[in-house]
Design a protein around this ligand. Structure first.
Ligand code: 3PG
Length: 205
């Protein structure tokens, strides 16, 4: 029984590079981002993983990352489900602003609270809790059944949609999740037990 779940944050995007709040804005990968996504695929290939299904968001930086990985493992045509539930946390009024400019305007602490706290939303946007309220039901209903059937599932998504998923998967508290940072293009390989709990976790950095 494989029961394997692979989570990957998209490669570096144009707005990661420019240090802009991105959220639901649909921006391209940078050259480095494409390379990170291809390297993620090579790492998964080296593990000998073959996927049964892939999931991604409706944003192209995650979709392109997903495709690079599938190309690298020789599964370019694998069934891939795109769903808005996996989108990045909506950054609301901060979207498009420079993160350093925001710190200068509202202060380091306030910006950190908006970026990393569990339940404080940025103005007009989603908190991590709000993001989890759409990601986790989608995981339980659409992805987990595949994993529990013994399949190997790829999820290419975003920093905060994946942080919300990881929080629930690992049973982390609101305080613990504040410290979790996900790097771009680094696969996290979970093996699950039959009761859906985490048996092992490997970060392919
Ligand atoms: O949406 C964004 O700006 C980033 O992809 C994630 O941002 P964060 O590091 O501020 O959570």
């Amino acid at each position: 029984m494989s029961r394997t779940l692979v989570l990957v944050r998209h490669g570096q995007s144009e707005w990661n590079l420019k240090n802009l709040f991105t959220g639901w804005r649909d921006v391209e990968l940078t050259e480095q981002g494409h390379a990170e996504a291809k390297a993620a695929g090579q790492k998964l290939k080296a593990l000998g993983l073959k996927f049964d299904i892939a999931f991604t968001s409706v944003l192209k930086r995650a979709q392109v990352t997903c495709q690079h990985i599938l190309d690298a493992v020789g599964q370019s045509d694998l069934e891939t489900i795109r769903n808005v539930a996996l989108n990045e946390r909506d950054y609301g009024d901060l979207s498009g602003l420079n993160k350093d400019d925001a710190r200068a305007k509202w202060g380091e602490e306030q910006v950190h609270i908006w970026r990393r706290s569990y339940d404080v939303p940025p103005p007009g946007g989603e908190s991590l809790k709000d993001t989890g309220a759409r990601v986790w039901p989608y995981y339980l209903h659409d992805m987990q059944p595949h994993v529990l059937r013994g399949e190997t599932v790829l999820v290419a998504a975003h920093g905060n949609s994946l942080r919300a998923m990881i929080m629930a998967l690992e049973g982390m508290t609101g305080e613990e999740i504040v410290k979790l940072e996900l790097n771009t293009g680094i696969p996290i390989v979970y093996r699950l037990n039959a009761d859906s709990t985490v048996a092992s976790k490997e970060v392919l950095s």
